[in-house]
Design a binder for this molecule. Structure first.
Ligand SMILES: [Ca+2]
Ligand SMILES: [Ca+2]
Length: 176
């Protein structure tokens, strides 16, 4: 695996370990989903519930691929060994989570996400605000709005692209 992918997966691991105890487990996903949904005031909304459901699905997929010793916790080594498989199945295993995340961030449901809404969700998953703002600027079009397709393209690139030139997707979750 390339050093760049290693760096990105290490960044993902540190974000997914939402409670910072050094392993990824179900409680991290519950915590992260709750933070995101609360950040946009979506506790009672259909799309808030959809996002929570997709977080749970992602955890199940990750657990099935990564938790080789079956203790319900994924450490850094298990994550590194498995995330490539999960990434190769991005469309089915990860894509739906980002779709749900986009809808969650699109608070007025017009199909566009502005910078403030994007930064709100990214900071809720643990990305520093000083990274989330520039990440948006590099992703969004000149009109200052992000589309679903732009997000999905960047998210797919984050998990799979190891060309160092494509900094837009590499910096999606902050500096590496
Ligand atoms: Ca944890
Ligand atoms: Ca919108």
């Amino acid at each position: 695996m390339s050093e760049l992918l290693n760096q990105k997966y290490a960044r993902l691991f540190s974000l997914l370990d939402a409670n910072g105890d050094g392993v990824i487990a179900e409680d991290d996903f519950t915590l992260m989903a709750g933070r995101c949904i609360a950040a946009v005031g979506g506790e009672q909304s259909v799309k808030g519930q959809a996002y929570a459901a997709e977080m749970a699905n992602y955890w199940q997929a990750l657990r099935e691929s990564a938790d080789t010793d079956g203790d319900g916790r994924i450490d850094k080594e298990e994550f590194r060994a498995a995330v490539r498989h999960v990434s190769d199945n991005f469309d089915t295993l990860i894509g739906p989570l980002y779709e749900a995340g986009f809808r969650l961030a699109d608070h007025d449901d017009d199909g566009w996400v502005g910078k403030e809404d994007f930064v709100t969700v990214l900071t809720a998953i643990g990305v520093p605000a000083h990274d989330a703002g520039p990440a948006f600027d590099s992703l969004a079009g000149p009109d200052g709005q992000l589309t679903r397709d732009q997000l999905m393209s960047a998210a797919g690139g984050y998990y799979r692209d190891d060309d160092p030139a494509n900094t837009t997707s590499h910096l999606l979750f902050g500096a590496l």
